[in-house]
Design a protein around this ligand. Structure first.
Ligand SMILES: Nc1ncnc2c1ncn2[C@@H]1O[C@H](COP(=O)(O)OP(=O)(O)OP(=O)(O)O)[C@@H](O)[C@H]1O
Length: 263
């Protein structure tokens, strides 16, 4: 069975009807998937269902073979806003999940030096060596987002959920962070679910791009992205890449104007 398995999943938050409807899909362990679609189509709702923050009102959600019945521990998350705690240093922000998530929580005091080593190593990997003792307000937006990705990965989650993590960054910083994420994923091969409005980002990073319809969100297309890996950033300037992005863009344009077709 797939690592993440959605079988005919729907969710109605209230009496206003389904936010997402009849979603069936499978994500393999180690796969990198991206969700794109018009605003309000249910991308964040999909994430909530996947991580157990919300239960479905129809169908079933399974992760690692088990029905999801509450918040998953095997999950790391990062969002558009880095949300670092301003009174903690970068290092202490990254360590936070280990102070909260079992089994690390009960081992935290005893293994603190070892855990700090993990945090320092991750910070080094994302280019933040030397900033461990700085506070969030001393870091740029891109640096804060790097730290937030470290925090999402420190407890070695098998599933990484990213909800528009680079949306607030300038184009250069965003592309730098695509490469940071690409390299972390190449090295560790956790499963990634990325929600994004940026079609280049989806096409550069993902193995599969899911295109969602307007509310109620359904999957209109699961597009495999076959560019060989590892993918250099220069690939995004090649004709085959821009053609793919253009195809996704016109698909979403059709959806926004109401002419959506399931393929
Ligand atoms: N807690 C909630 N209670 C009621 N309705 C909700 C709740 N959360 C989301 N919705 C509704 O469900 C639908 C899907 O919302 P969701 O946030 O999943 O969309 P999205 O695709 O992530 O949007 P965006 O691209 O704008 O971030 C929207 O119509 C939204 O208003």
């Amino acid at each position: 069975m797939a690592f993440v398995d959605f079988d005919r999943v729907s969710l109605a938050y209230d009496s206003s009807g389904n936010a997402i409807e009849d979603i069936s899909l499978s994500i393999e362990e180690g796969e990198f998937v991206a969700f794109v679609g018009p605003s309000g189509c249910g991308k964040s709702t999909f994430m909530k269902l996947c991580t157990g923050l919300h239960g479905p009102t129809g169908g079933s959600v399974r992760v690692d073979g088990e029905p999801v019945s509450g918040p998953l521990k095997i999950c790391g998350m990062a969002f558009q806003s880095a949300n670092l705690l301003p009174w903690r240093t970068t290092l202490d922000n990254v360590l936070l999940p280990l102070e909260i998530v079992e089994p690390y929580r009960r081992q935290f005091r005893r293994r603190r030096t070892e855990f700090e080593g993990w945090a320092r190593e991750l910070l080094r990997t994302v280019g933040l060596e030397g900033y461990e003792e700085q506070y969030p307000w001393q870091l740029s937006g891109g640096m804060q987002q790097r730290a937030s990705i470290c925090r999402a990965l420190i407890h070695r989650p098998r599933l990484l959920m990213l909800d528009e993590p680079f949306a607030a960054l300038d184009a250069f910083t965003r592309e730098e962070l695509w490469c940071v994420l690409r390299d972390l994923w190449e090295a560790q091969r956790f499963t990634v679910v990325l929600v994004t409005h940026d079609l280049r980002e989806a096409a550069f990073l993902a193995d599969t791009v899911y295109v969602m319809s307007r509310r109620p969100g359904r999957i209109l297309e699961a597009r495999p992205i076959d560019f060989p890996r590892p993918r250099p950033l220069e690939m995004t300037f090649e004709a085959s890449f821009t053609t793919l992005v253009q195809a996704l863009r016109s698909r979403i344009g059709d959806i926004r104007s109401g002419g959506e077709v399931r393929s």
